[in-house]
Design a protein. Sequence first.
Length: 540
Amino acid sequence: MSLGPFERSISVRALRIYAEEGRYTENLRVYARHYATEEQLQQLEQLLKNRLELNLTPWAVSQFLYSDQGELLLQRLGEVVRTGSNLSGKRALRSALVLAAADGENGLTPLNVLEHFPVDTMRIDLTRAFSIISSIERLVNQTKQAIDAIALISEDNARLEPVVSTSQINPVRPGRYTVSLQTLTQEQFRGCLSTPASLYSPADHSLVYTGRRFGNRPLEVDLYLPVADRQNQPPNAMPLVVISHGLGSNRLTFSYIAQHLASYGFAVAVPEHPGSNTKRLEDLIDGIVRNETEPAEFVQRPQDITCLLNTLERDPRFKNLIDTDQVGVVGQSLGGYTAFAIAGTPIDLSRLNQECRLDETLNLSLLLQCRLQNWVLDSNNLRDPRVKAIIAINTLGSSLFGEEGYAALDVPTLIVSSGADTVTPALPEQITPFTWLTTPHRYLLLLQNATHFSAIDVPAEDNVAVNLPPEVVGPDPAIAHYYLRTVSLAFFQTYLNQDDTYRPFLSARYIEQLQDDQLPLSIVERFTPDQLAQANARKP
């Protein structure tokens, strides 16, 4: 192996000794002495030893690497790790990654991948590698500075606000209603009309999706309803909350929010989006499909909700029970995009085409957004006017909607952001878009050291396709679930039920009372582009 730009030849064995024992051998000593800083050597040691702990078979790793996202990842890595003849190492890396995944003892570490590289000589562009690492560190530092600024504003606001009493109302506790659960099946959604919207490829003039009528899309919905007893009678025309799960997830993962809201008299519907659910992820792993989702899903997901509302409206069982003109939407990750789209945030595909320079991005969610690059959507607004308020958790869409799109949104909005989210990073995907919002009623709830997976629940009966290690999931998810049950109830009581007695539970003072020290919490109603720029201008 040779490391550029000075072409010092170093054996992989020398790197292993350095990673495991901290000793310099062979030409690594010369490289360390003359060509690398102490900081870079520390980065190299940590990089070599990092192990990706995912419960994936070599076959599953192989299938992912043949997906569009996997191909793009290999392309970027292939520019750093090249063959001895200075060609892209993309193909060799695919083989090495699969072989490393099959190595039960050493697993998926960069060092083990290098040892399984199927050619005798490789060239590593350390200048490029360290540049990528530096870019990551810069993003991490900027995110921390923004989080610190938001936390300071939240703390200042809390000091000026009165203590929030929970003697009469305590949104942490379950409500007074017991909850029933029923599942609406595909048959009830056949012939369902949705908003006309067509997505097509100008490259081959193929129509991918037209959203006029549902036919073969196997939509299933869990419906949570409060149940009457001798003491408690649920209200007539209950407001409806729809929960949209994330990519590779399903309708069970947010049942904890559904149960809590229904116990307070909300009807809650949780559709399973068939083109981006757990089954789709399993099909990707099994090689049945090539990608984790298709471009059409960006249109079909909002249409699933429109279809659901239309079905509930025409069903005599629910006609006077559920108020489908007073609807809130909760969405996580791709579901967060779904919430913004159905609430009327216009999509700007021309802007997206300009921003999809994927060789430079550190934002993994952009890989998904750019699935729509070079496609044409005949209507950029998928709004359903029945949606009156939204909560978007770990959302994505910064390049799909852009500043003008977010500014056009006019419904009450709560964005939930996780400071340690590496899938939909907090700074580009939630904090910056929040500064673009102009709707009068807006909130940014920041879980400072939560991850992309903190909000997701995995019930015991749910067979997940990939088991994530605790290091990826982050601090005890039960704390995040406790926060989200409470804040979502306060938000929808305030903006769907128009009950101002719940508004104090959205204050910085109450959030301070609510928080657990393991997972610090902040909330702001305003954070401007200028404040963000000032935060990022500070030296870390």
